[in-house]
Design a protein around this ligand. Structure first.
Ligand code: CP3
Length: 353
């Protein structure tokens, strides 16, 4: 058994994706696509038409099927666990619902310091065991050279959902709590971080080779606020997880935060399209890997234009070791799956060393 395990671990470590994570040379640029298992894909809709989104997340066999199928249909270099950012909040005390066409809704949002005590840190991840069951099934079903990426929300992004009760434009409630009661804010963020540490460690133990932390909404903060209210929490999270597996630290929406994002840690910096990749990489420093960063709206372009736009991103990476191609944000439900597949072929073709 020792030998078989060593061999399969070695094959995964030798994959294009893991080599790029560790900034080792690769034959061509590896990629995966955020939300690669989503509504744009007919194979996903075939499963999704029979169950609700939450049922899909909580049925390991189905979560496995959509994860593995999307990876295979696209031919990308890594799979990402099918799950969502928010279900981890449920056992912490949040009443979560996915409404048709509305996205996630929280019926009992945290609306002030007096509410913070309603959100309890998890001391065990048993209540989300369906996630680890899915991971074990996915790992067993994936080809031996395809790594599996786990993920969780970063504390600010999770806090903003728990506080606003859904998506938000100005984050008024979140920032009010942050500014008015820094003590309560830190308690809330610490509980989220404690929980996400356990959650990501358990994902890695169940079979993920790498994990991504999504700070999808932290871009709404100015640098001073990110530094004061968010960075120490993200840093603690990443420091606790990275001894077990590499972390992709993804932050969306604010190029002014790049150097602080780097300070928060992570072996890979995930970045959106608002900075050009060469400038972002220079700001992060070339001693870290980078993931990104084509504007997802490029997928709507005609194929020859799309190919040029893929080439533009690859040119800025200059074939340097440690580039993982991705979109700067998730693929959208009305995108043409053939165009998404074309991106995969273009990256592998144009990224060849
Ligand atoms: O990338 C993948 O394929 C893995 C699966 C994944 C989903 N959500 C599936 C999903 C991942 C990694 C996420 C992360 C996520 N979830 C984020 C951060 C990503 C980012 O965009 O920065 C956020 C903000 C959420 C919360 C969330 N979940 C929203 C806002 C919505 C509604 C919007 C929408 O697209 O419907 C969801 C639902 C959701 N999560 C869907 C999928 C495939 C669509 C649900 C459906 O089938 O109806």
């Amino acid at each position: 058994m020792g030998v078989a395990c060593d061999t399969s671990a070695a094959r995964l470590a030798d994959s294009r994706f893991m080599k790029a994570v560790h900034r080792q040379p690769v034959d061509t640029t590896p990629l995966w696509i955020m939300r690669q298992a989503g509504r744009y894909l007919p194979e996903y809709m075939a499963v999704r038409s029979k169950v609700s989104f939450m049922e899909l997340c909580k049925t390991p066999e189905l979560a496995c099927e959509v994860t593995v199928t999307a990876r295979q249909v696209l031919g990308v270099d890594a799979a990402i666990l099918f799950a969502d950012l928010l279900p981890i909040l449920e056992p912490m005390g949040i009443d979560l619902e996915y409404q048709k066409g509305e996205g996630p809704v929280i019926h009992n949002p945290i609306r002030g310091s007096h509410d913070v005590d309603r959100l309890q840190a998890l001391t065990s991840t048993e209540s989300v065991d369906y996630v680890f069951q899915a991971i074990r099934l996915i790992r067993a079903a994936l080809p031996g050279d395809i790594p599996l990426i786990g993920f969780a929300g970063a504390p600010f992004t999770l806090a903003s959902y728990a506080i606003e009760g859904g998506g938000s434009k100005n984050y008024v409630h979140t920032k009010s709590l942050m500014y008015n009661d820094e003590g309560a804010w830190n308690v809330l963020m610490s509980r989220l971080v404690d929980t996400v540490i356990l959650y990501l460690q358990a994902q890695i133990q169940a079979g993920c080779q790498c994990v991504q932390v999504f700070d999808s909404w932290a871009g709404c903060l100015c640098p001073a606020d990110y530094q004061r209210y968010v960075l120490p929490h993200v840093r603690r999270l990443i420091q606790a997880v990275e001894p077990l597996a590499p972390v992709i630290n993804f932050l969306n929406g604010n190029p002014a935060l790049l150097s602080l994002q780097r300070q928060a840690g992570g072996q890979v910096m995930g970045t959106d399209w608002r900075s050009s990749l060469d400038v972002a990489w220079q700001t992060f420093g070339h001693d870290v890997a980078i993931q990104g960063n084509m504007d997802p709206v490029s997928i709507y372009a005609d194929l020859p234009v799309l190919k040029q736009r893929v080439g533009d991103v690859l040119r800025l990476a200059q074939g340097r070791a440690g580039h993982i191609f991705n979109l700067g944000h998730g693929v959208m439900p009305d995108m043409n799956p053939d165009h998404v597949k074309a991106v995969v072929d273009y990256v592998h073709e144009l990224g060849r060393r």
